[in-house]
Design a binder for this molecule. Structure first.
Ligand SMILES: O=P(O)(O)OC[C@H]1O[C@@H](O)[C@H](O)[C@@H](O)[C@@H]1O
Length: 308
C-alpha cells in the first residue's frame, strides 16, 4: 500500500493537496483549495470533511467518537456501501449471508489512481478490486472506482464494473451524513408520493403522502424507485443542502434519534442532534445486476444555498 510520502511524490499540489498520515497510520488526502476544504481517507475511500470556503458550518457530520482503524468503518462523512446494503440478503450474489453490515468497501484500503486540480476544484480518483478477503465472500470479478470533484460543489461518482464471466449482483450507497443545526426543524423535500420500506416497522411498505418530510423520531427508510433530488431546509443553520443524484433509484433517510444514538459506541447519545443521513443508493428491489464487461455509474452532487 502506498505511503503518504509515495503519494505526495506523485500527486501533491503545493498549498492545495497533501497526503498525510492520520490515526493508526491511515493515509488521507488533505485539501485546501480556494473553493473548499476537505479530507479524504484511503480507508474506505471515505470523505470525512468537505466545506465550501464561504460556508460557516461543516456540510458533513463526522462523529467525534469515530474510530479510525483498519477493519472498522469511520462514523460520519460519506461511507461507501458496497456490495450489499444492511445485512447481506439472499438476493445478493452467492446466497450467502457472510460478511459484515453494509459490505466491505468501507473497510477496504483503496488506491489513488489519479489526483489533479481542475480550476479551483480538486479531482481525486480511487479504485479497488478483488482480494482474497472479497473472494472468500464470493466477490471476485468486480472493479470499483470513486471519483471525487471537490470544489464549491461536491461531486461523487461511483463506477462498478463486472470483470468476471458471470452476472454481478450488488447493492450500493453513498451513506452521506449531512450536518444540520437541528434535525427536529429540518424539512426534506423531494420524497412526496414515494414508496419506502419502514425498517422500524418490520420493513412494511408505505407511501409518504406529504410533500415535506419532518423527522419526529428514529427514522430508517429506504425510499424505492426514486430518482428525485432532495432539498434539506435547515433553519437552524439558515441554509439548505441540495442533494442531486444520477444512476440511483433508492434514497435512504436515516437518523437514530435519542432512542438509538447512545446504543452506538462510535456515535454517542447526543450525536443524532447534528446530522441527517440522505443516501443515494441502489438497494433492495433497486439492486443492480451487471452483465460481464458492463459497468454501472451512480453519482451524487451536494451544494449549499442560503435559506431565503
Ligand atoms: O451502523 P452502520 O452499519 O453504519 O449503519 C447505520 C445505518 O445505516 C442506514 O443506512 C441503515 O438504513 C440503517 O439500518 C443502519 O443502522
Amino acid at each position: 500500500m502506498a505511503s503518504a510520502n509515495d503519494l505526495n511524490a506523485l500527486y501533491s499540489i503545493p498549498g492545495v493537496l497533501e497526503f498525510t498520515t492520520g490515526p493508526n497510520e491511515l493515509v488521507r488526502a488533505e485539501i485546501t483549495s480556494p473553493s473548499c476544504s476537505a479530507e479524504l481517507y484511503l480507508h474506505g475511500a471515505h470523505l470525512t470533511q468537505w466545506k465550501p470556503t464561504d460556508t460557516a458550518e461543516p456540510v458533513l457530520f463526522l462523529s467525534p467518537l469515530s474510530g479510525f482503524a483498519p477493519g472498522k468503518a469511520i462514523r460520519g462523512g460519506i461511507p461507501v456501501i458496497f456490495p450489499w446494503f444492511g445485512a447481506r440478503s439472499e438476493e445478493v450474489t452467492g446466497h450467502s449471508k457472510d460478511g459484515g453490515q453494509h459490505g466491505f468497501a468501507r473497510t477496504t484500503e483503496w488506491e489513488v489512481a489519479f489526483a489533479a486540480s481542475v480550476g479551483d476544484a480538486v479531482h481525486l480518483v480511487l479504485t479497488f478490486g478483488p482480494s482474497n478477503a472479497t473472494r472468500a465472500l464470493g466477490f471476485d470479478g468486480f472493479r470499483a472506482a470513486l471519483e471525487f470533484r471537490l470544489g464549491e460543489e461536491l461531486h461523487v461518482r461511483m463506477t462498478v464494473a463486472n470483470e468476471g464471466s458471470e452476472p454481478l449482483v450488488f447493492e450500493e450507497a453513498l451513506h452521506t451524513y449531512l450536518q444540520v443545526g437541528d434535525p427536529e426543524q429540518v424539512k426534506l423535500h423531494g420524497l412526496g408520493q414515494t414508496e419506502f420500506l419502514d425498517k422500524f416497522d418490520d420493513f412494511k411498505r408505505k407511501t409518504q403522502d406529504n410533500e415535506v418530510l419532518t423527522l419526529t423520531g428514529a427514522t430508517d427508510r429506504p425510499y424505492l424507485n426514486t430518482t428525485a433530488s432532495i432539498t434539506i431546509e435547515d433553519p437552524a443553520f439558515a441554509r439548505k443542502l441540495v442533494v442531486g443524484k444520477g444512476g440511483s433509484r433508492t434514497t435512504v433517510v436515516w437518523n437514530p434519534w435519542s432512542e438509538l444514538s447512545g446504543t452506538m459506541a462510535d456515535l454517542g447519545p447526543d450525536a443524532w442532534q447534528h446530522f441527517v443521513c440522505v443516501e443515494a443508493a441502489n438497494a433492495f428491489e433497486d439492486r443492480i445486476t451487471l452483465s460481464p464487461k458492463a459497468a454501472h455509474i451512480m453519482e451524487t452532487t451536494i451544494s449549499v444555498e442560503p435559506l431565503a
